[in-house]
Design a protein around this ligand. Structure first.
Ligand code: SAH
Length: 375
């Protein structure tokens, strides 16, 4: 297996990786409640459905793409990631050849000059659909149609788009997006629900493990079919729609407008009529709905980004007195912080479980079930 150095556990035998991760989840939660065995993968390779490759120029002036060398922004050429899909390589080779042919430059972080910054590739594991998004320091890319022709030689090519990012920033994607060819999104399905995914929308990177994670979150939610459920940080509504089948009503909240557009489409496409979605920050939408409209919740599911939940969000969740809170986390430090707040404010941990979404890396997804302590 070829590694680029970006994934520190790639050389560690998989059972040992799982053992280490289980120990970390137990260290985090074990003192407060039982921890079930981590959900591992059967084939922990080529699991990532998404890759974002940086482009740059080597010292001989050739455009290169690959991975940043650990903690630097020096690109190690590598188009063949052990965790990514095999199609990444062909797509990158086509783009590199196109750039050579039409003398297109790569972006230079030092000077802010040059055109191509990153290439985002996503694949629907169920659908086989491929999406390519070029992140450029400009609004167009030379010979876009010629590039589209070359890419469409690959089976599954569904969408080519251009994302504009002219900022001097580490943030990969800009806000402006234009479709060059195809639909502008791909589809994938998890657990019998089909999702449409736009380039700017978040979608879990490991679909095989995502299904296991959602099944676990659904089990922790303990739904009977009557409950009102809030799914905060809902992305394209994946967890919301998973829960909707067994809930009375589901409300999703998400900050990215494109993701909410996807979520509404996804509900419609799957014939789910008891899910409603709001664009905005969870810490603003939830207090507003609670204070002004007096909405309530039997169960709240949260799946925040690494920085965890804003305290205003946690505060409102507690005020709403849901019977259960299911916390899905990709960052143990903020999970520990937020769970501490919830434990100090009337909730106890019933059970927790890790899900190995990121084999080869030190990251672990964790799902925790909290129940309101009756006083
Ligand atoms: N539950 C979804 C998404 C989880 S990722 C899934 O499983 O696919 C976290 C999501 O939170 C991202 O979609 C991100 O855009 C969104 N987000 C980040 N900050 C937010 C905030 N303050 N309020 C609401 N959503 C936010």
């Amino acid at each position: 297996r070829q590694g680029c150095g970006g994934c520190p556990l790639l050389e560690t035998p998989y059972p040992e990786q799982l053992r280490q991760k289980q120990a970390r989840v137990e260290a985090l939660l074990g003192e407060f409640g039982p921890v079930s065995p981590i959900l591992g993968m059967e084939h922990p390779w080529h699991y990532r459905n998404k890759a974002q490759f940086p482009f740059g120029t080597d010292k001989d002036g050739n455009v290169v793409t690959g991975f940043y060398a650990g903690r630097t922004h020096t690109i190690i050429p590598n188009t063949d990631c052990a965790l990514g899909v095999p199609e990444n390589r062909r797509i990158l080779e086509i783009i590199l050849a196109h750039m050579k042919r039409f003398q297109i430059s790569a972006y230079d972080e030092q000077t802010g000059e040059g055109l191509l910054r990153h290439v985002l590739i996503r694949k629907g594991f169920q659908s086989g659909q491929l999406m390519v998004c070029l992140v450029v320091n400009g609004s167009s890319f030379p010979e876009e149609e010629t590039l589209a022709d070359a890419l469409w030689q690959l089976s599954g090519m569904t969408s080519l788009s251009i994302n504009t990012n002219r900022e001097r920033t580490n943030v990969i994607l800009g806000k402006k997006l234009r479709v060059v060819r195809g639909t502008g999104f791909i589809e994938d399905s998890i657990g019998g629900i089909t999702f449409r995914i736009s380039p700017l929308s978040f979608y879990q990177v490991n679909p095989v493990q995502t299904e296991k994670l959602y099944i676990q979150a659904l089990a922790y939610a303990g739904l009977t079919g009557k409950e009102t459920v809030w799914d905060l940080y809902c992305g394209i509504g994946t967890i919301s729609l998973f829960l909707a089948k067994q809930a009375g009503k589901v409300y999703g909240v998400e900050i990215v407008p494109d993701a909410i557009r996807d979520a509404r489409q996804n509900a419609e496409r799957n014939g789910i009529t008891n899910a409603e979605f709001f664009v905005g920050k969870a810490e603003e939408v939830l207090p507003e709905k609670y204070e002004k409209e007096g909405i309530h919740a039997d169960v709240i599911v949260v799946d925040p980004p690494r920085k965890g939940c804003d305290e205003r969000c946690l505060e409102t969740m507690v005020k709403m007195h849901p019977q259960r809170i299911v916390y899905v986390s990709c960052d143990s430090a903020t999970l520990a912080r937020d769970v501490k707040y919830l434990r100090e404010n009337g909730y106890e941990i019933v059970r927790g479980r890790g899900c190995d979404m990121f084999p080869g890396t030190v990251h672990t997804e964790v799902c925790v079930k909290l129940e309101r302590v009756s006083r």
